[in-house]
Design a protein around this ligand. Structure first.
Ligand SMILES: Cc1cc2nc3c(=O)[nH]c(=O)nc-3n(C[C@H](O)[C@H](O)[C@H](O)COP(=O)(O)O)c2cc1C
Length: 184
């Protein structure tokens, strides 16, 4: 069973980022039959005051291990000062640089203003290129005004989310078949 992991990069608990990545994670699991785990940076804020992997708490070590065994990753961060959040970046700084090579990664960002929608292509995509991950072509930016009572009504955003879920499932299938060809 493929392991699907989502990371919510907001340091604020129970906010929009968590709800969006959880929704996408569950839809990816329905399409692929994979297992799901959510890593919420808001729950790791205290643990992240470390400089190296040697200093991490058991809780943070567990989350990092989950990231390093993933088959498909869903990433969502709010925009803070024009980029992903510092807590999210510090979490990624502790991930083994070889662990995400070839892993399909869905990119999501949330912000107060549509003017920062390019955070996906200018900030998140290059970060995962560093890891040699396979970022999915469709990134989805959701502005605060698109959320009504925790739900997204805008049909254009909902369509992009559906395309992203489809791309994730296809990328996972391709990766599995390439791996079995290599193993044969
Ligand atoms: C410290 C801080 C900085 C922010 N900077 C930006 C920004 O540069 N651009 C933007 O569009 N929104 C910015 N926002 C708004 C958040 O990205 C937006 O409200 C997001 O939906 C918050 O996600 P959350 O509810 O999951 O925490 C900022 C919010 C905070 C708290």
């Amino acid at each position: 069973m493929p392991k699907l992991v989502a990371i919510a990069g907001s340091p604020s608990p129970d906010f929009r980022t968590r709800s969006l990545v959880t929704d996408v994670l569950e839809r990816m699991a329905q399409e692929t039959g994979g297992s799901t785990i959510l890593i919420d940076v808001a729950e790791l804020v205290q643990s992240l005051a470390v400089r190296t992997r040697d200093e991490v708490s058991p809780q943070l070590a567990h989350s990092l291990r989950l990231m390093e065994e993933v088959d498909l990753l869903v990433v969502g961060s709010p925009v803070y000062k024009g980029s992903y959040t510092g807590f999210f970046k510090h979490f990624m700084d502790l991930v083994d640089y070889k662990a995400l090579a070839g892993v399909p990664v869905a990119l999501l960002a949330l912000g107060g203003s549509d003017r920062h929608a390019l955070v996906i292509d200018h900030q998140l995509r290059p970060l995962f290129s560093f890891f040699n991950a396979h970022t999915l072509p469709t990134g989805v930016f959701v502005s605060d005004s698109a959320f009504t009572d925790g739900h997204i009504a805008d049909p254009a955003i909902r369509k992009r989310l559906s395309i992203l879920v489809h791309e994730g499932a296809e990328a996972l299938r391709l990766r599995a078949s390439t791996r079995s060809l290599r193993a044969a």
